[in-house]
Design a protein. Sequence first.
Length: 306
Amino acid sequence: MENLFELLSIIFLLLLLTGAMAIIIGIVKPQLVIRWGDIEKRNKKNVLKYYGIPLIVCFILLLTTYTSLENVKAVKVAKAEVVLAKKVASDKAIADKKVADKIIADKIVSDRIIKAKAVADKVKEDKVTADKLVADKAESDGRIANQQKTASTATSININKLGNIKGVLTWQYNSVIGTKADTNAFILLIPVNADNTKDNLLIVSRIDQQKQGENGIYTGRADGYGNYEIDDVPVGEYYLLQLSKCTTSDMTISNYAQQILSKLFSAKDWATLQINLKLNKFMLQSVEIKGNETIIESHDFGNTYF
């Protein structure tokens, strides 16, 4: 269609130029452009008549054809722009999809790596926990065996010979303030061969100082500086229980402590004592009170659990 309009424009332009030249020549010498009819009619008026009207028609046709040609070109350009816009949009959509697919693929890979690392960390943590449990059990069994051996060979309490025990109980407030006195921490000395049929409910329920030597048990409290001292204790083997007042525990009691203390108290007293031992940190160990001597047993309970 564009070629047709271009051809028509050229034809009409040539006709227009030819007509214009004929009029110009005819105005000068009409006989050169009007070569038919009577000689009297070969004049300037008839030149304008014969060539002027076709000239005007050719001019109008040329304008119409040229306008149509420009419209066809404009439509062609518009279609080309639409096609180009669609192609650009399609290319952008494809590029965006590739980017989105890459992001999704990278996220899947990242999630897999994170999950694999989490599984590996869990396996490692479980192994560390299992190893710690085994080590703790071995240590607990060893300590229990040693304590049982000590208890079986323990010398009987000699009330005629007396000794003393003292120490300092502390805890860690934080990394800035550091060590502080574990004020009002409770200390309990229990004979290794204590009679678990005796009534110690008042001691284990109140965790407080009672009459010294009642059922062979001696108690004490740490002062504002964390110092404690229990004097005039009969010579012999004892379990020393130091119970913190300022730190909390993880609500558990070690197997070692359970097996030792459960044999020193009745079932009812032990059930009551467990409540206090689960609330606060404590330290349990065997000590020997010697005549006319003061042994020193201090302990730092570290940071509070809660």
